[in-house]
Design a protein around this ligand. Sequence first.
Ligand code: SF4
Ligand code: SF4
Length: 472
Amino acid sequence: MYKVNSMIADEFISHDEILDTLEYAKQNAGNREIVNSIIEKASNCKGISHREAAILLECNDYEMIEKIYSLAREIKQKFYGNRIVMFAPLYLSNYCVNSCIYCPYHVKNKTISRKKLSQEDIRNEVMALQDMGHKRLALETGEHPVHSPIEYVLESIKTIYSIKNKNGAIRRVNVNIAATTVENYRKLKDAGIGTYILFQETYHKENYEKLHPHGPKSNYAYHTEAMDRAMQAGIDDVGIGVLFGLNTYKYDFTGLLMHAEHLEATYGVGPHTISVPRICPADDINTEDFKDAISDDVFQKIVAIIRIAVPYTGMIISTRESQKSREKVLALGVSQISGGSKTSVGGYAENERHEDNSEQFDVSDTRTLDEIVAWLLKLGYIPSFCTACYREGRTGDRFMSLVKKGQIANCCAPNALMTLQEYLQDYASAETKALGMRTIREQMGKIPNPAIKRRAIDFLDQILKGKRDFRF
Ligand code: SF4
Ligand code: SF4
């Protein structure tokens, strides 16, 4: 039975409700009046239900799809402006006891090299990331009781926050580790993490169990209810996502939105972010084995409809996506991207030898962070290294209410410009610096609130004089 605020996975992600939704979508997607009324409702920027979103996803009417894209662009602009938040993944260890058949870290893969970073290695990785200009990390590790217990993760977070190298500092550590207990989530909260991220991979229970034949992750309910335990532990910024291509995309898209609705209905705050990774090649993984892999067109449609279905939720893509694909989805809704990423363990401090491969997936966008920053500036975006919200206590429902009232932009815009200024001073090439300085001059003129503008001008001036870490 479907119950949005149940604590039981099979009830808040009800298989029958998803099947009914997909059927309902098929019956209504050809009706322009219905599709138009959903687009009209979405234009109020208060979101739409999973049933309504499924109709839009099912709709193949070119004119309607163009309307959806146009609304997605409008909503993206309204809530996020032209700021794009930057981050990088940091892989701690690729030892894993699970058997996810789409991931090269699966326990049976004997061809990948297994590595785990010591605290000294982490220091070197973090200094290399700081020297690139990163301020925000997503911590990744395989699940292993001996190699990466919670104590190791906590110690690593402490190490990361403690390193101050020249003007470098990691100011926000988001954590993507396996589903765990309320007690461990409390420890992560106390360690000062930003967002807790966990991808569902697929919401289709039967396929989930086939894709995860052994190990703790094979427990569908424990995995699906992880965000509930995180919320109970006081982590109010959580990031969800599926790996598109593992299962039929319409099913997982619907499950993803039902998960978002469940969190909102139960805890009063929806997911902080939604990630939209697609299956991509890796060691021991052939994408041709996945018959449900999705095309670029479908991918863009998914991003656009998520944007209008949950306007307040940040959307993330990684370097799995190519430059071309990233450019398209940035306009349609993505608000956060990684740059200069290494998906190997220890890949930032030292280039990995080919025969030493420890990567989780092949990076498609291999440009440096500086090249990505310059590219974003040329496209008219403001690359932002902002980490202000959780450091100012703006998390969970407090954050969401500011977003819903449209007030967060008062903070995001100057914070983006100030953190960009820091980046330009400390790390940028001459070309990127010239592009960035021009953008800062232009964008400062657009800050509407005179008091905020005055303070931002003063902070920018202090950054030029060598001071760091100002925020609204
Ligand atoms: Fe392990 Fe995660 Fe890879 Fe699964 S997806 S094998 S849990 S690292
Ligand atoms: Fe994100 Fe908050 Fe910074 Fe805006 S002000 S970019 S919402 S951390």
